[in-house]
Design a protein around this ligand. Structure first.
Ligand code: AHR
Length: 676
């Protein structure tokens, strides 16, 4: 006992010295959060979705219609269809802007057949036990008072006796055009069915006319009849987007002005929305899709409604009177001159009225008649997509004057062209400042090194003047790695710490493109892939989701040795940013470790407000990691790389400092609760 007592003071002295030394030693990768200052508000518009009908994202994708060329309006009216027997095309149908329809007549012998078959978009996907609605505009055109048509879902390559696995009938009972509907339930799941339609009860002098043949799942996103594919729409909703940009992209501009996206063609009854060529039909001849058109069934009303239903600000982009500058030679197909801009400007003004106008205005009435008397509360409008040359600011100025004089609250988004830097980019930014646009749309599809080296891109942007909409970006792996792999997503996560940190400059950001059908893509990487029945979220999707679900309410300062953590020299491949969520009483730290070694980090909260206590229980860490740098999710293995959440040991928090290790090549999100 005695000897123990003798040694005790000595031991205490040794321990104290060790403790002093330990506390004096600065841990590796010490990140300091300045919790004392009010932070920069995080914009509700972070993080967003960029939607374009590329890769069969609309028709054949988000838009739930399963029939291709339902109104026989493609250049070849039977594209997507096979016909048998006596089928002719006519062009004096009931819908002025879609005049074609088919006439089915007696095939010449009761044992012959008359009918047609639609191939859908890479087949027609149906699921066991689910209901589907066939609708068709029809009239009798022969002598008989009534005609019966049957429709069948078929599996053309079956080895079974009967190709048809589901049947329905419609009786056409009028010489006037009428809409007919029948609902069937599929007895099985089949990704690549075809839809066959037959004229029944064959006899001479009979005939029936069919127009707008449509086949929809009854169950769509929020149950709308002309609705969206539920699984894809839900995947987008789960991104918690702050803004929804539509309808593109290049399709806004058109290869020629005639083929630009004209929003007025995309509203009103679907049967009478004229189709448009889709430029992604032919833009890349090495990925040619000659049957790619825009039905406009998913049009501006549906885009506004979807924005509202997923809680995102709608952000339409309209033509500025310039066709695609990559594709179109103005010598042969001139852009609109300043004198010719009126209809384009009027389209912009009318669009604002369509979205926000009272129900007794011309376009507000159209919206109300479509089912939404309340305004959509449009706040942002993009004018022009990837434009350049002096012509663009000259034209934009005309739009700005007209819009601001009538709708001063609408925020206008201008373009900085297709490139992320360089002469055009600088000149366009200067012009955008001069014009005092509200936001400038920047695009960067770039290789790994760009994302690795530019997390500080916005740290030095001017704080005054137009703000940034990082409207299209994605890491495109160099050297043949241009697809959705983990490393690309990790570098996006690293780069995005810089978007988050600069919340006073970057008000919106959206990865692009958003959607791609595995059998119909022209461009990759893309955020979400799908086939006719399944959806696959990429690693990049999870990065976007982790940001959007953890966006907090204000951005605070986080530094390592006095500098932002942006993967610079001496920062060990680390990138980090911090937000506070005042609604949930949490600090949220995002750390990307792009190095191939695990990194010990310490996150210290300085200048904590009095009465505020960091809580050590319930500190969570969500990580996205793959051992394979080029690992990816696929439709077969959609959950190979997904975020994983664990609770940290409360002991890891000492003296307002969280000590932990970020695994090699890992994106980590820490949620640290506090009380006050
Ligand atoms: O996202 C694909 C295309 O990339 C967009 O249509 C265009 O804006 C950009 O060039």
């Amino acid at each position: 006992m005695r000897s123990k007592n003798l040694f005790r003071p000595l031991l205490a002295a040794v321990l104290t010295t060790a403790a002093i030394n330990a506390s004096a030693q600065i841990p590796d990768n010490l990140m300091i959060v300045d919790a004392g200052k009010k932070g920069i508000p995080v914009q509700e518009t972070m993080y967003g979705l960029f939607f374009e009908d590329i890769n069969f994202a609309a028709d054949g994708g988000l838009y739930a219609e399963k029939v291709k060329n339902r109104s026989f309006e493609f250049d070849d009216p039977f594209m997507g269809w096979k016909i048998f027997g006596n089928v002719t095309i006519c062009d004096d149908g009931p819908f002025e802007r879609n005049p074609h329809y088919v006439r089915l007549g007696y095939p010449g012998h009761p044992a012959f057949v008359t009918g047609l078959e639609n191939e859908g978009f890479f087949g027609i996907g149906v699921e066991e036990g689910k209901e589907y609605r066939l609708s068709v505009w029809a009239r009798t055109s022969g002598i008989k008072e009534k005609e019966v048509i049957s429709f069948r879902l078929c599996k053309n390559d079956t080895m079974g006796e009967d190709q048809a696995f589901c049947r329905g009938y419609i009786e056409v009972d009028s010489r006037e055009w009428k809409k007919y509907e029948a609902v069937i339930t599929s007895p099985l799941t089949e990704p690549k069915a075809s839809l066959r339609i037959f004229l029944e009860q064959l006899s001479p002098a009979q005939g029936v006319d069919l127009e707008h043949i449509s086949f929809f799942p009854v169950e769509t996103f929020n149950g709308h009849e002309n609705g969206l594919r539920k699984d894809i729409a839900e995947a987008l909703q789960q991104l918690n987007p702050g803004v929804f940009r539509f309808p593109g992209g290049c399709i806004v501009e058109g290869t020629t002005l005639e083929t630009r996206y004209q929003w007025k063609n995309s509203v009103g009854p679907v049967e009478n929305r004229p189709i448009n060529m889709n430029r992604w039909n032919y833009t890349f001849p090495h990925r040619l899709y000659p049957d790619y058109f825009q039905s406009y069934g998913l049009g501006f009303y549906e885009y506004f409604l979807f924005s509202e239903e997923i809680g995102a600000e709608p952000l339409p982009v309209i033509s500025c009177g310039m066709a695609c500058q990559f594709q179109n030679d103005p010598a042969t197909h001139p852009h609109a001159s300043i004198d010719e801009l009126d209809p384009y400007v009027q389209d912009a003004l009318d669009l604002i009225e369509f979205a926000n106008g009272a129900v007794d205005t011309k376009w507000g009435k159209v919206r109300a008649e479509m089912g939404h008397p309340e305004p959509f509360n449009l706040k942002y409008l993009g004018v022009g997509n990837e434009q350049w040359s002096e012509e663009y600011p000259e034209k934009l100025e005309v739009f700005i004057k007209a819009i601001r004089s009538r709708y001063p609250d609408i925020k206008i988004i201008g373009s900085s062209g297709p490139y992320r830097d360089g002469k055009d980019f600088d000149e366009l930014w200067a012009a955008m400042r001069e014009l005092d646009v509200d936001l400038v749309d920047e695009h960067y599809y770039a290789e790994e090194s760009f994302f690795e080296n530019n997390a500080d891109r916005y740290d030095s942007y001017p704080r005054k003047g137009p703000k940034v909409f990082a409207g299209e970006y994605a890491c495109h792996g160099a050297d043949g790695k241009k697809w959705n792999h983990f490393n690309a997503a990790l570098l996006e996560a690293a780069f995005m710490t810089g978007l988050e940190r600069n919340a006073d400059v970057v008000l919106m950001a959206s990865y692009a493109p958003l959607l791609a059908h595995v059998e119909g893509w022209q461009w990759r990487p893309d955020l979400v892939w799908f086939d006719n029945l399944n959806v696959m979220r990429t690693c990049s999707y999870y990065v976007q989701q982790l940001y959007a679900q953890n966006k907090g309410t204000e951005v605070l300062s986080l530094t390592m040795e006095g500098r932002p953590v942006a993967g610079k020299d001496g920062q060990n491949g680390l990138y980090a940013s911090v937000v506070k969520d005042s609604n949930k009483n949490e600090y949220i730290i995002k750390v990307a470790n792009v190095s191939s070694a695990p990194q010990e980090i310490s996150i210290r909260f300085d200048k904590l407000p009095r009465k505020q206590t960091i809580l050590s229980d319930e500190i969570s860490c969500t990580t996205l990691h793959s051992d394979e740098s080029l690992g990816e999710n696929s439709l077969e293995h959609p959950d190979k790389i997904i975020p994983v959440t664990v609770l940290l040991d409360p002991e890891q928090l000492q003296n307002n400092t969280l000590s932990t290790t970020v695994g090699a090549r890992t994106f980590a999100v820490y949620r640290i609760p506090y009380s006050e």
